[in-house]
Design a protein around this ligand. Structure first.
Ligand SMILES: Cc1cc2nc3c(=O)[nH]c(=O)nc-3n(C[C@H](O)[C@H](O)[C@H](O)COP(=O)(O)OP(=O)(O)OC[C@H]3O[C@@H](n4cnc5c(N)ncnc54)[C@H](O)[C@@H]3O)c2cc1C
Length: 502
């Protein structure tokens, strides 16, 4: 099925489940790049830190990223200037550039071998309307003093363009080799890490009590929620403010040499490209086909579409990997990083990176560490999770929530077939069984797996994802295996299994 390049020949230390009640100053929940970087910075400052991870370190989005480390976050600076003004747009850029510099310093400080290399980042278009958009983005670069250049051709000659925009001196790396070293440093500084331990709640008394599903707890002063979608919302309404988007990556070798650069097409369908040199082979990572999680509309599999496109333009020699992952978007496109809300100032959140989590995780780790250590941080206000701007938040809030409401109702009204007689192997359908909607997957050995397709997070109706063979929630991004086990997203409980013989 799918496998990511980032675990190939990489052994990352593994840790036990939380098997006792722990005490710490800070409990970080989630061991992706955000949780691990935050724990690293805290542990280095001598803070007593415990990390609790549902699955394994880096196994969610961080292990399925494309790992461009850049402040070129698609077309964003012109939009930020129009919505928030030049000062805030510049702050965003500066925080991202500083993040890149901090990552480079950590990498060289620890002498990490994590394929870190400087690369220019490119946006490009072949459409008139998007040429205008990119030209405006270039004007924004000039206003913000961003080191960039407008272009009529890319270094990569296979991709002809109408217009392109370069941001100089960005970078790329191998994310799992990077967090592997951070994990070693956390342990070296006295931090503790627990894996295979889903967390479901936080109680508030004199201290915070972080509750794991296996009944053990971490008693602490501060909690950092680094789980992408917060498992604990504390009346901060993240369900109405974060939207999950999934996208896909294929990896291959090519007959052509690669001139360098990290590329992102801004026309639809968007495409992303970078390479990484491993075992003397240049491996091309080609991604796209982004869609709202649980709402893929095409007949063809996203992998097939990507492969078709790559074959046409990029001289593919051999396919090697393919994988997918998801990230969340906020209402105004800036991440939510900081205190959960006024009611819970000891709880911190970092989410909504819009698929730009390499630098944003560093921004988050630095900002949250400063808040915990009572240090000033210039970006506290910019990323404050409770902010709400009339424009663009309100417009996006209405769009997101009517989409959620539509998916919620559509699922309940959906006409389902009454039989699985014609269900072929490795496919799924929904049926009505005793008046209930049931999802049935028939595996390669013709075993049927029947589950209640009501999401255990907030009750939305799940949709089948045929590329990954999973049940995905179109509202908040929870995903379940065909047997009903939670894979990712805010759901904690598995789906109810259904006995079709009853
Ligand atoms: C296809 C794709 C390509 C991308 N490419 C780039 C790129 O080139 N450059 C870039 O900057 N960004 C990119 N991104 C975005 C970036 O990968 C993510 O923003 C980043 O990895 C998020 O890291 P994280 O640590 O916040 O989340 P994750 O890596 O998802 O980590 C969250 C962790 O929390 C754990 N968890 C969840 N719930 C619980 C719970 N209840 N209890 C305990 N643990 C829990 C999960 O198991 C997981 O390990 C890409 C994203 C996608 C989808």
């Amino acid at each position: 099925m799918t496998n990511t390049i980032w675990y190939e020949n990489v052994e990352i230390k593994s840790f036990d489940q939380l098997n006792k009640n722990e005490k710490a100053t800070v409990c970080v929940v989630g061991a992706g790049i955000t949780g691990i970087t935050t724990a690293y910075l805290l542990a280095k400052h001598g803070v007593n830190v415990v990390v609790v991870e549902r699955n394994q370190i880096g196994s969610a989005t961080t292990g399925h990223t494309t790992a461009k480390i850049t402040a070129q976050h698609d077309c964003i600076y012109h939009e930020l200037i129009s919505h928030f003004g030049k000062e805030q747009a510049f702050q965003y850029y500066k925080s991202q550039e500083e993040a890149l510099t901090k990552m480079e310093a950590i990498i060289s400080g620890h002498e990490m071998e994590c394929h870190f290399e400087k690369q220019d980042a490119y946006l490009y278009t072949n459409e008139d309307k998007n040429q205008k958009k990119l030209e405006k983005e270039f004007e924004a670069y000039q206003q913000l003093n961003i080191n960039g250049e407008g272009l009529l051709e890319l270094p990569l000659e296979q991709i002809p363009i109408k217009y392109g925009l370069k941001m100089r001196e960005q970078a790329q790396f191998h994310p799992i080799l990077y967090i592997k070293e951070l994990v070693e440093a956390i342990i070296h500084h006295g931090g503790r890490i627990y894996e295979n331990t889903p967390v479901y709640d936080i109680d508030h008394a004199d201290h915070r009590v972080v509750r794991a599903v296996n009944q053990h707890t971490v008693i602490c002063d501060y909690v950092v929620i680094a789980t992408q979608f917060p498992f604990y919302e504390g009346e901060a309404f993240y369900s109405a403010r974060l939207q999950p988007k999934r996208s896909y990556v294929t990896a291959f070798t090519s007959n052509k040499s690669y001139p360098g650069g990290m590329y992102l097409e801004i026309d639809k369908p968007k495409r992303s490209l970078r390479t990484i040199r491993m075992d003397d082979k240049e491996i091309w990572l080609y991604g796209g086909e982004s869609h709202k999680t649980g709402q893929y509309k095409n007949e063809d599999s996203p992998y097939e579409i990507l492969k078709r496109d790559a074959k046409q333009t990029l001289n593919v020699d051999k396919w090697i990997y393919q994988w997918s992952a998801q990230d969340y978007e906020t209402l105004d496109k800036l991440p939510y990083i900081g205190r959960l809300n006024k009611k819970h100032p000891e709880v911190f959140v970092a989410s909504g990176y819009r698929k730009w989590g390499m630098t944003n995780s560093m921004v988050a780790a630095s900002l949250i560490t400063d808040l915990i250590m009572d240090h000033k941080n210039p970006y506290e206000e910019l990323y404050r999770p409770t902010r709400f701007h009339a424009d663009p938040d309100m417009k996006q809030f209405i769009a997101n929530n009517s989409n959620v409401a539509k998916e919620f109702i559509k699922g309940k009204l959906e006409g389902n077939s009454n039989s699985i007689d014609h269900l072929t192997e490795k496919s799924a359908t929904k049926i009505k069984h005793n008046g209930q909607t049931v999802g049935v997957y028939k595996d390669a050995s013709k075993n049927e797996h029947a589950v209640d397709t009501t999401c255990t997070h907030l009750g939305c109706e799940l949709n089948w994802n045929n590329s990954e063979k999973t049940w995905d929630c179109p509202c908040h991004g929870s995903r379940f295996s065909c047997e009903g086990n939670v894979i990712e997203g805010p759901a904690i409980k598995p789906l109810n299994k259904v006995d079709l013989k009853k």
